[in-house]
Design a protein around this ligand. Structure first.
Ligand SMILES: [Zn+2]
Ligand SMILES: [Zn+2]
Length: 134
């Protein structure tokens, strides 16, 4: 199965192959600020499963590398600072179609907007416990 997405202006396009490793929803302050949004929904893939076309910019921050369109600035992906980490998280808002993924868990729910009801999935006050990937 392929899922396609891209930025707001169309300069960056991507195709994700196969199924994701996991799908999550994060309410943390970093995600809120980074996206200018009340939360961040993402699907984690192995990097070699996501093909990207077009120029991206990368912002290096304390919590990882944020990849966005070099032309319009739309946020697209997150990767870890540790290059041995083989994952890429796609922000679900970049997908062309709705209904591609449903989050399997929510993290940092203590930051949840009070008007946003919880999904019927495991809820974590902060990060998931050690040993589980974020
Ligand atoms: Zn763009
Ligand atoms: Zn977050």
């Amino acid at each position: 199965m392929e899922r396609q997405g891209g930025c707001a202006c169309g300069a960056v396009r991507y195709v994700a192959q196969g199924g994701p490793l996991r799908v999550g929803l994060c309410h943390c302050l970093t995600c809120r600020k980074r996206h200018g949004a009340p939360c961040n929904a993402f699907a984690a893939y192995r990097r070699d499963k996501v093909r990207v076309r077009g120029a991206t910019s990368v912002w290096r921050e304390q919590h990882g590398l944020y990849h966005g369109c070099a032309t319009c600035g739309a946020p697209l992906f997150w990767t870890a600072l540790d290059e041995s980490d083989d994952e890429i998280e796609i922000h679900l808002g970049g997908l062309d179609d709705t209904g591609q993924f449903t989050p399997q868990y929510e993290i940092w729910v203590k930051r949840r907007e009070p008007w946003l009801p919880p999904l019927n999935v495991p809820q974590y006050v902060e990060n998931r416990p050690a040993g589980m990937a974020s």
